[in-house]
Design a protein around this ligand. Structure first.
Ligand code: SAM
Length: 291
């Protein structure tokens, strides 16, 4: 990430969600009512006219032609994660959103009463988000913010200082982030999650490491990678799906499910997903803290 500036990829994801919300009642996948409030001005100018279907379709076509598969994959992964949250959250009194970016779950999820919500993110992104929240009048008194660079700092002390209780079952979300980190940072953070109480869950995304070795095997990956280099957020880390269960078990986590983009897109888009190409290297995994 460029020093002193919030994550651009976090802004892109919020733009996808805000555009999607403009199709509410019609074509929306998650219909996030808060996403637009968290957008920087230049993106609000894009989403404001998106109440008109023709504008929305034109903008999404430009995005999808340029970066194949990225937008529908981000929306479908968020939808899948939301479904898992709905299942798990009633059993976990703490919700920790790692690499939160412009995630709006702290404001839009049902059932958060009585749940301690923590957002952990790179200090530059978190500062930019909190600044936006203040300007847009989003009340964040129920959220505890922990600025952290995963590549440089361990979470233990900062989370304890923020009131995190490792003795309570916790739902950890880590969406759209592991692929930007070092292998050590992912390892350290997963091991920290695994020290939470038995009954804790972790939902995270990762990329198939094959794409880092040979992007040409995946439709559109070269273009995505070149944009990510330009915004100084290159993809640096991936895992092999075939050894994910072992990788997690070595860190005290038990794999429950692991699904690739083509699979979870089909849940959100049905038969229309057959026409979506690109970003197939993206995956969502769900694990729990094992005894
Ligand atoms: C693609 S965004 C994902 C944001 C959000 N979770 C979502 O799905 O929309 C990547 C996130 O990773 C965070 N990130 C990247 N490198 C990081 C680091 N070294 N330490 C902490 N967070 C980092 C960025 O600040 C950003 O919020």
């Amino acid at each position: 990430m460029k020093s002193g500036r919030g994550s651009k990829t976090a802004e892109h994801n919020a733009l996808f969600r805000a555009l999607d919300a403009r199709g509410a009642g019609n074509s929306a996948v998650i219909a996030d009512p808060v996403a637009e409030k968290l957008l920087p001005w230049r993106f609000k100018l894009v989403t404001a006219p998106a109440r008109w279907g023709a504008w929305r379709n034109a903008v999404t076509k430009i995005i999808d032609d340029r970066w194949p598969g990225v937008r529908p994959t981000v929306l479908a992964r968020t939808s899948l994660i939301d479904a898992t949250i709905a299942d798990v959250l009633p059993t976990t009194p703490q919700l920790v959103i790692l690499g939160a970016g412009l995630d709006s779950r702290a404001w839009r999820l049902p059932g958060l009463d009585g749940i301690a919500v923590f957002e952990v993110d790179h200090p530059d992104t978190q500062r930019a988000k909190r600044d936006l929240m203040r300007r847009r009048g989003l009340d964040a008194r129920h959220v505890r913010f922990i600025p952290t660079d995963f590549n440089l700092t361990r979470l233990d002390m900062a989370m304890t200082d923020a009131g995190f209780d490792p003795g309570q079952p916790t739902l950890f979300l880590w969406e759209g982030t592991t692929n930007y980190l070092s292998a050590d940072a992912v390892d350290t953070t997963l091991r920290w999650c695994a020290h939470a109480a038995v009954g804790s869950h972790l939902v995270f995304t990762y990329i198939n490491e094959d794409v880092l070795r040979d992007p040409s095997r995946y439709v559109g990956a070269d273009r995505v990678f070149s944009t990510l280099r330009r915004v100084d957020e290159p993809m640096t880390f991936g895992l092999a799906p075939s050894s994910l269960a072992i990788y997690l078990a070595e860190r005290g986590l038990q794999l429950i499910s692991d699904e690739g983009a083509a699979g979870f897109r089909s849940r959100s888009y049905g038969t229309a997903s057959a026409a979506i190409r690109g970003h197939e290297f993206y995956r969502v995994a769900h694990a729990r803290v094992s005894v």
